[in-house]
Write a protein that binds this ligand. Structure first.
Ligand code: SF4
Length: 389
């Protein structure tokens, strides 16, 4: 049965899905495909007592292989895919400025999407239609990757490791089964849950050598990695938007002025003579202040990134909890450090992204990309809304 643990702040009951994951691993007919979110790599070692330098993504890959997961991939791949789709969507809106409502809001944080739907339903249409990296990954797994493996997508159990509790609800939305083989993401495990599985299997990751992600969905850029920090989605999107408009890469750190732990940041960016006004907020209190300022006309923006958790996903509700410590900033530094040393700094240069467009999706915003990678946020009701009617 399901074991229910309690949220450390006592406010939420936390669902534990590790039993489901162990059941999938035990079924010889099931092919497990795992994705690891960007922010998880900056935090998973904390509750296992691993020093920061040892708790790498590659060492987590080794631990997951030891548990028995079959294919281990990186959500930074689909973060890059999100950038391609969302960046193209934003540029299309800019070209059609008179007929569009600005700002466009990012849509990768389900906590923020639910907040906007419940508090400001008249603005839901301003959300990007791009799905979150978790959901894009699931849709690609059960379509393109099932084809590559030459198996029925129904045999695949798609599992994500996330810094987030809200991702469990996102994966269960009725709109998130686009590949026609059940939910695109079958099981969502938090960082705390994957740590529990590692402990339950008596694995000591500190003693394991690092291992590589599987291919081709295990390749992500530094731009994909910084999705895990507040401002990272915006920065990654601007890097590729600049390229899509000018045909040239900007300096990789050209848009670094949206970094940092401030709850509400803004910048004006020049892209080929067009000024783009961007803002970044994290924490729902800041999100509310920003939205209220927009509605009063006190501020004007073209593109806004919002994350529900203060500091973004690195401070997410599914991450290890250290008593009295706020770790979002330290973890974000880890992510920016990884971006800085990455050989790939741009989503559009990720060879696996180039491959999936060439072989399967055609181009950003294509018919197939729309079917698999975009969603209508007004196609589902807030849970409880029907009962209230
Ligand atoms: Fe989840 Fe928080 Fe990240 Fe939003 S900011 S996706 S709620 S971890």
């Amino acid at each position: 049965g399901q074991c229910i643990t309690h949220c450390p702040v006592g406010a939420l009951r936390e669902r534990d899905d590790t039993d489901k994951a162990f059941a999938a691993l035990a079924d010889p007919d099931t092919i497990t495909v795992v994705q690891i979110a960007p922010a998880v790599r900056a935090a998973w070692g904390e509750s296992l007592g691993l020093p920061r330098e040892q708790a790498t993504a590659k060492r987590l890959v080794a631990a997951l292989r030891k548990i028995g997961f079959r294919y281990i991939f990186d959500t930074t791949f689909s973060a890059d895919l999100t950038i391609m789709e969302e960046g193209s969507e934003f540029l299309a809106k800019l070209r059609n400025r008179e007929n569009e409502t600005f700002p466009m809001f990012t849509s990768c944080c389900p906590g923020w999407v639910r907040f906007l739907k419940s508090q400001y339903p008249d603005m839901v249409r301003q959300l990007s239609t791009a799905k979150s990296p978790q959901q894009m990954f699931g849709a690609i797994t059960k379509s393109y990757y099932a084809k590559l493996l030459d198996v029925e997508p129904e045999r695949i159990c798609s599992i994500s490791v996330m810094p987030c509790l809200a991702k469990k609800q996102e994966a269960a939305l009725p709109t998130m089964d686009t590949a026609g083989a059940g939910p695109d993401v079958d099981i969502v495990l938090t960082t705390r849950e994957i740590d529990r599985m590692i402990r339950a299997e008596d694995i000591h990751p500190g003693e394991l050598p690092e291992e590589e992600f599987d291919q081709p969905l295990g390749v992500g850029s530094g731009a994909g990695v910084i999705f895990g920090a507040t401002g990272g989605v915006m920065e990654a999107a601007l890097r590729s938007a600049y390229y899509l408009v000018t045909g040239k890469n900007p300096e990789p750190d050209a848009f670094g002025n949206v970094r940092g732990m401030d709850g509400w940041k803004e910048a004006a960016i020049d892209i080929a003579g067009t000024t783009v006004r961007v803002a970044v907020a994290s924490g729902l209190g800041n999100a509310r202040r920003l939205v209220e300022a927009l509605r009063k006309g006190d501020v004007q923006y073209d593109f806004v990134e919002i994350m529900a958790c203060p500091g973004g996903c690195s401070g997410g509700g599914g991450q290890p909890i250290a008593e009295g410590e706020e770790r979002a900033g330290v973890r974000a530094e880890t992510l920016y450090g990884l971006d800085n040393i990455s050989a790939l700094r741009f989503s559009h240069e990720n060879p696996s992204i180039v491959q999936v467009y060439r072989d399967y999706l055609d181009k950003p915003l294509s018919h197939r990309a729309h079917e698999l990678l975009h969603t209508a946020h007004d196609a589902w009701e807030m849970p409880g809304a029907a009962a209230k009617k």
